[in-house]
Design a protein around this ligand. Structure first.
Ligand SMILES: C[S@@+](CC[C@H](N)C(=O)[O-])C[C@H]1O[C@@H](n2cnc3c(N)ncnc32)[C@H](O)[C@@H]1O
Length: 276
């Protein structure tokens, strides 16, 4: 028997209710207010079966962002798929720090490992005068990032596929930002829903999570202007290791910034200016 909106929602206990509302609104392509305004609306059989499939996936632990296909980041609503990491609020710190490096002249900026395009799109949206290069190893993630740029009508990003700096053109950059994979393989604290559903290539890195960070630090020097910045997101217990790696490669003015939870989250360094 087909149900109406009110009956469907009443069957979910309170902690599931909000998510049930979001998924039902997504299925019906309406907003949540519509559900409360028209609780008597009868679902079609397709809507009822689509909604039940989504609820089953939710109950199995699949993140809401993959069920609805979207995630808020900065001031934008981004499309995400199982090929992309779900952008996290703490990554907005990378955007904030890059925007703080103000300059009247046009900046050339790279976002390595762009995923859904979150960081590159936020920077491009705030600074349409900057030239942004967004790269990823994953062709499928890059496709999502490009679609996000098209939908948001952002035109100042060039996307390219490849292994970290290898995907960049032979320019010198003012800022290189990256939120690379940094989770230690076998990390027992990682949430099951993250392990089960998010792309492992976006999460895990060898050498206690530092392998990709180490490679970016050494290669980025060839792509930064003297005095330009490399900014890296990392795990909250990796800041000291990242500072040491930056110092060993000759970066200067190395500092770590904390996220809204007060945890070490982004470490940056400047390419030294050598006076001949
Ligand atoms: C932690 S996710 C970050 C995604 C996005 N920047 C964000 O903050 O939501 C890391 C990204 O790096 C990409 N990646 C992994 N290894 C890479 C490599 N060797 N070269 C380039 N990108 C890589 C993954 O595909 C993934 O999109």
């Amino acid at each position: 028997m087909l149900s109406n909106v009110g009956t469907v929602l009443a069957s979910y206990i309170s902690h599931q209710r909000l998510h049930a509302e979001i998924l039902l609104a997504h299925t019906l392509a309406v907003n949540r207010a519509h559900l409360h305004t028209y609780p008597e609306q009868i679902l079609t059989s397709t809507q009822q079966s689509d909604f039940e499939k989504l609820m089953n996936r939710y109950i199995s632990g699949e993140p809401m962002a993959y069920l609805t296909g979207c995630q808020a980041f900065w001031s934008m609503d981004l499309r995400v798929t199982s090929a992309t990491l779900i952008p996290r609020p703490e990554t907005e710190l990378l955007v904030e720090l890059a925007l703080q490096i103000s300059s009247d002249s046009k900046m050339i900026v790279a976002d390595l490992g762009t995923g859904s395009g979150a960081v590159a799109l936020a920077l491009a949206n705030e600074r349409p005068d900057w030239d942004i290069y967004a790269t990823d190893m994953s062709v499928d993630a890059l496709w999502v990032a490009k679609k996000n740029a098209e939908r948001l009508k952002i035109n100042n990003i060039l996307f390219s596929q490849g292994d970290w700096c290898d995907a960049l053109p032979k320019h010198l950059f003012d800022i290189i930002v990256s939120n690379p994979p940094y989770v230690t393989i076998g990390d027992v604290h990682l949430a099951k829903s993250v392990y089960d559903y998010e792309p492992h290539a976006a999460l895990f890195s060898r050498d206690n999570g530092l392998s990709d960070i180490r490679r970016i630090i050494s290669r980025a020097l060839n792509y930064l202007k003297p005095g330009a910045y490399l900014m890296l997101e990392h795990g909250f217990q990796q800041a000291e290791d990242v500072r040491i790696l930056l110092a060993e490669s000759g970066y200067v003015e190395i500092k770590t910034a904390t996220d809204l939870a007060g945890l070490d989250r982004v470490t940056m360094g400047k390419k030294a200016i050598v006076i001949a």
